[in-house]
Design a protein around this ligand. Structure first.
Ligand SMILES: NC(=O)c1ccc[n+]([C@@H]2O[C@H](COP(=O)([O-])OP(=O)(O)OC[C@H]3O[C@@H](n4cnc5c(N)ncnc54)[C@H](O)[C@@H]3O)[C@@H](O)[C@H]2O)c1
Length: 431
């Protein structure tokens, strides 16, 4: 199989056009979003609005940091009693969630604050869920299995990438599952997001790269997602509906910010403007993926992450150049619009601009020094197994604009393994 598509996809855009869902919208957001340098100082008053007792889910690094001491003082000054769980582990193993909830038997909790990267925010979401509805995390795996509202979650991100502060999903590592698993429900969208770019200044270059490229993939995959027929049931039946006008708007704005600032944020960690742009783009990535959903690169990262225990962002980033090439033939209009957002469009014709977008995204991946899948530890012999496992991520596979089967996923993996960035040929009407 080559990267060239000969037919359009069901539910996808016409070749060279923008997908039809552009007049349909679904939006699910935190009730309060405070964004900007210094906004972490509002945490006390926000938490006080939900009650007297706040549980902070964070990790060992932040548990011993001046940032946590500062935020605890801010909460206490607002009359909030603070309980801290500081043993959240990266990639969120399920055992840590169970331990946290078990330790809270006699602790009153009115709100759960997720302070840290995506792992800590997802921890806060699942802990709030279990404190509200009982049971085990596995009772809620998949889409729409959460029976009702959960304790208020206040997300305070310290990385700029996952966008979890705005999304309806928590991603968990469960040793009983071959791949990471999600709990997806509109009830998991945090009640409040406090996004303070100053909290990301301490991110080292490799974390800025891994989390930043994760956000770029969220933005690209939600903007190029499948477009579904906008029935009145769609927004209730599915958490992730595919393309819609709100996710499209968020995605293009986010890509424009990333094009301008991601490489600068990695090279100049204290550059206030770049950190602001990247955190805003990451939030917009969460808004976009929270309804638009992700697709091929995420489906393939799940088995790669499980096999290699490497950061999620590096996995999706390593796959981006190959997933975009596979999807290009059915998303020419979208990639041309991305070229505009990234400031690389020439206006010559949609195909030329679409290719310019894909090459500009390649340049971001390369500029950030995202490792290849071979460098992440994938072996050639693993490729068929990864394609097979990726196919099991049905929600992500169905969200891809061009149909994916085992052969297609294996093609993407093989090109990624060889570093083969050959572009597909344009179809007869694509020039
Ligand atoms: N819920 C969602 O919508 C969503 C979306 C994408 C990814 N995820 C999940 O999020 C997790 C990844 O999150 P992540 O990329 O933010 O990393 P992370 O939360 O796993 O943290 C990685 C490491 O970075 C450190 N760290 C965090 N902030 C720091 C800072 N400011 N300075 C220095 N070190 C810092 C942490 O202590 C940790 O050691 C994965 O489990 C992934 O599956 C969730």
């Amino acid at each position: 199989m080559s990267f060239t598509a000969t037919t359009d996809t069901p539910g996808g855009a016409g070749v060279g056009t923008v997908a039809p869902a552009a007049s349909f919208g679904v939006l699910r957001l935190p009730r309060t979003v405070l964004f900007g340098a210094g906004q972490r100082g509002a945490l006390g008053r926000v938490a006080a609005g939900y009650g007297r007792d706040a549980l902070v889910c964070t990790d060992a690094r932040l548990g011993a940091s001046p940032e946590l001491a500062e935020l605890t003082a801010c909460l206490t000054a607002a009359g909030v009693r603070v309980h801290v769980f500081d043993r959240t582990e990266p990639e969120l193993p399920v055992s840590g969630i169970v331990d946290c909830v078990a330790g809270l038997a006699r602790t009153p909790v009115d709100s759960v604050i997720g302070l840290g990267g995506g792992s800590c925010i997802d921890m806060a979401k699942v802990v709030a869920l279990l404190l509200s509805h009982g049971g085990r995390p596995s009772d809620y795996y998949g889409e729409n299995a959460v029976p009702g509202p959960v304790l208020p979650v206040i997300a305070v991100p310290t990385t700029a990438g996952t966008g979890s502060e705005a999304t309806p999903v928590a991603v968990i590592a469960d040793p009983n599952r071959a791949m990471k698993v999600g709990i997806s429900s509109p009830h998991l969208v945090p009640q409040a997001a406090i996004c303070d770019p100053e909290l990301t200044y301490s991110c080292p270059a490799s974390l800025t790269a891994a989390s930043g490229i994760d956000a770029v993939v969220h933005l690209v995959e939600s903007y190029t997602a499948v477009g579904r027929t906008p029935t009145a049931e769609l927004g209730n039946e599915r958490v992730f509906v595919g393309k819609s006008m709100f996710s499209d708007a968020a995605a293009l704005e986010g890509l424009s910010l990333m094009g301008r600032s991601l490489l600068t944020a990695q090279r100049e960690p204290s550059n206030a403007e770049a950190r602001h742009d990247v955190m805003l783009a990451s939030f917009l990535g969460g808004v976009a993926l929270g309804t638009g959903g992700t697709s091929a690169a995420h489906a393939l990262q799940y088995p790669i992450g499980a096999a290699t225990h490497t950061p999620h962002g590096f996995g999706v980033g390593a796959l981006l150049p190959y997933a975009t090439r596979y999807n290009l033939p059915v998303r020419v209009g979208e990639f041309a619009a991305i070229a505009d957002a990234l400031g690389v469009a020439s206006g010559a014709d949609p195909w030329t601009d679409a290719v310019a977008a894909i090459e500009a995204l390649d340049a971001l991946v390369d500029g950030l020094a995202v490792p290849t899948i071979a460098e992440l530890g994938v072996r050639e012999a693993d490729l068929p197994m990864i394609a097979e496992q990726g196919l099991l991520a049905k929600r992500l596979v169905e969200n891809n604009p061009r149909p994916l089967d085992h052969a297609a996923l294996l093609t993407i993996m093989t090109h990624a393994f060889r570093g083969d960035r050959t572009l597909p040929e344009p179809g007869p009407h694509q020039k």
